[in-house]
Design a protein around this ligand. Structure first.
Ligand code: SF4
Ligand code: SF4
Length: 119
């Protein structure tokens, strides 16, 4: 746990949208990933902060919530972890995943808003 006793989690961020490689799912020891049509999220209450998923993500979409500016993404992860089904096994990414890697405005395209808190 970071200094100050603040609970920590990892969060999935914008570049997961339409990439969905699921390499992260294969390594998570506590199966805390949930899957929607466009992206995956992490249940912040279940994540044990082990960090093994972060380097496995080819889209570099997984970040520790200790990085600045991720409050909205943490809220998005918590919201959809409660709504979407759990995913515990790797699956094939969409055929156009590489074409979407690094594109701007993926949240706006997939969720109709550029604000993760409003998504
Ligand atoms: S590996 Fe990265 S891009 Fe793929 S599903 Fe996991 S978080 Fe999303
Ligand atoms: S940090 Fe560990 S527990 Fe949390 S989502 Fe990644 S692999 Fe799972």
């Amino acid at each position: 746990m970071p200094e100050g006793g603040k609970p920590m989690t990892y969060v999935v961020t914008e570049n997961c949208i339409r990439c969905k490689h699921t390499d992260c799912v294969a390594v998570c020891p506590v199966d805390c990933f949930y899957v929607g049509e466009a992206m995956l999220v992490i249940d912040p209450d279940a994540c044990i902060d082990c960090g093994v998923c972060e380097p496995e993500c080819p889209a570099e979409a997984i970040k520790p919530d200790t990085e600045p500016g991720l409050e909205g993404w943490k809220a998005l992860n918590a919201k959809y972890a409660a709504l979407w089904p759990n995913i515990a096994a790797r699956s094939e990414p969409p055929e156009d995943a590489a074409a979407w890697d690094g594109r701007a405005d993926k949240l706006l395209d997939a969720f109709g808003t550029a604000d993760p808190v409003a998504a």
